[in-house]
Ligand binder design. Structure first.
Ligand SMILES: [Mg+2]
Length: 269
């Protein structure tokens, strides 16, 4: 189980559990990005969270020493809007359940919100979801609108514990409509395809770094990327090793990946 770092030309990173854990910034973050910059290796930050805007992430990333530009951040909201612009003409009316992240991404690409005439129902995590919103989404899907979910995570981690994630909202609408949503976020392919397209690299030369087996690692491997698991998030080494398809590499942290990479390619520190 090793990663041939010299074949890696680009990196996709999950954020929560890789760069930070709750409010704690994990060690070695600016150093790793400085290394990527020195090596001319482009990177993308990919998160299933559709609630926040790209600018919010860029601000946070820059404040912890990650030189990210807006085009380097791919939220499931952005990947969903990209997917929609590949498949539906601008002007197609949408009904959105979700927060600022997905609403802004769709508005920027020219998809107006029109609950009464929506041809597309787009669902992202919404902390203010109501019966009325689920009802409108159900009626539009039953009326023939396509049904798209930003991500399928059933739960959302908070300091209080796990709370309903977007997958739970999708499940409610799915139950009421007997219709499966198209899902965009990790582990689905669309999210990884957006990242590869932006960086212009082939999957086999691209490394995904994440902390969740079911989304980051399985999704990356399915899309043909190399996958490194870090143990600073939700997965233990035992869980990773006993999974059906283990990651290509398991590392204590991002700092440990950095050290292994420099050692393998012979960079003296
Ligand atoms: Mg994570």
């Amino acid at each position: 189980m090793t990663i041939n770092f010299s074949s890696i030309r680009a990196v996709v990173l999950d954020m929560d559990g890789v760069l930070w854990s709750g409010s704690e910034i994990l060690p070695g973050v600016p150093e790793f990005f400085a290394f990527l910059t020195r090596q001319n290796i482009p990177f993308a930050l990919a998160t299933n969270n559709s609630t926040k805007t790209v600018d919010t992430y860029v601000e946070k990333l820059n404040s912890i020493g990650v030189p990210a530009r807006p085009q380097d951040v791919i939220t499931s909201a952005i990947a969903t809007a990209d997917y929609i612009s590949r498949h539906y003409p601008p002007g197609t009316p949408v009904y959105v359940i979700g927060r600022e992240g997905i609403r802004q991404a769709l508005a920027e690409r020219g998809y107006p919100e029109d609950p009464d005439h929506a041809q597309l129902v787009v669902v992202g995590l919404d902390f203010a979801v109501t019966y009325e919103k689920l009802k409108t989404a159900t009626l539009r899907v039953r009326g023939g609108a396509d049904f798209i979910g930003t991500n399928g995570d059933l739960t959302f981690p908070t300091p209080e514990g796990l709370i309903p994630g977007n997958g739970s909202l999708l499940a409610a609408i799915q139950a009421a409509t007997d219709t499966l949503p198209v899902i965009i976020g990790k582990p689905e392919k669309a999210m990884f395809e957006t990242a590869l397209l932006r960086m212009g690299t082939a999957p086999e030369h691209t490394l995904m770094i994440g902390d969740r087996m079911q989304t980051d690692i399985t999704g990356a491997q399915r899309a043909g990327l190399r996958a490194a698991l870090v143990l600073t998030g939700t997965t233990t080494a035992e869980q990773a090793e006993s999974s059906e398809i283990p990651p290509d590499g398991i590392f204590e942290s991002l700092a440990a990946i950095h050290a292994a990479w420099e050692k393998q390619i012979g960079v003296s520190q």
